[in-house]
Design a protein. Sequence first.
Length: 255
Amino acid sequence: MLRSILPGACLKPSLDGRAQINAAANEPAHTLRLAELPQPEWAVEAHYHLARHHLWTNELDKAAEELAAARNASPDAYRQHIDARLLEARLALHARRPHDALAVLQDAQPSDDEQKLELAFLLAQAHRHLGQTEPAWQQLKRYLYLSSDDHDALRLVEVAELALALGQRSAALHAARRALEAQPDLRLARWFLVRAYHALGRYEQALALHDGLGQVLGYVSLQADAARKLLDDGKTAVAAAQLGRLAGVARDAHA
């Protein structure tokens, strides 16, 4: 039975199974004959690449089905396939099943730095979704330690968002800065940098990053929410000072 990873012609049967899989992953003109692969670990590899393809096309249910097929093809080989387990955990988190994500990642032993980064980030997310702040922060610290040379701006934005959710404002600031350095035109990185500065009470630096009325309004919204919380907590004097700064921002934007 032919199973298409990407549209196109069939692979040559004379190729080594793993080479066929790698070719199919890298060349859109190929398809895979999963039923003809001679070793179970090759079938696991093939199903993994099919799952990645479905992830790229945002067919998450199909991606999950391929990973299940990979596991059924050879449970032992699947357990050794760290990339497949990382992908399964990411899908579980997307489906809001953090317990399943942790179970998938249990005893995972990544062999390269990229896998170690992904493992730390996914564990941090899973623990966060479960309300386990300290384990989440420990894993996020591990990610930040391992990713000193990482220039993936979008992933760094995710890290900044997660750090803010965990109350780790300095870590959020660090990640957002790195994201903006990696991709200076990424407005999302700028926005999280503003949020980190605001969380640290560094309002002037936050305002300096705003480059238009829309961003100023976003800043005003953040300040207003903070003032509302202060009022709810009975901290009227602090709230009054916050609102005074807010009025100043509005006047400056209008000027």
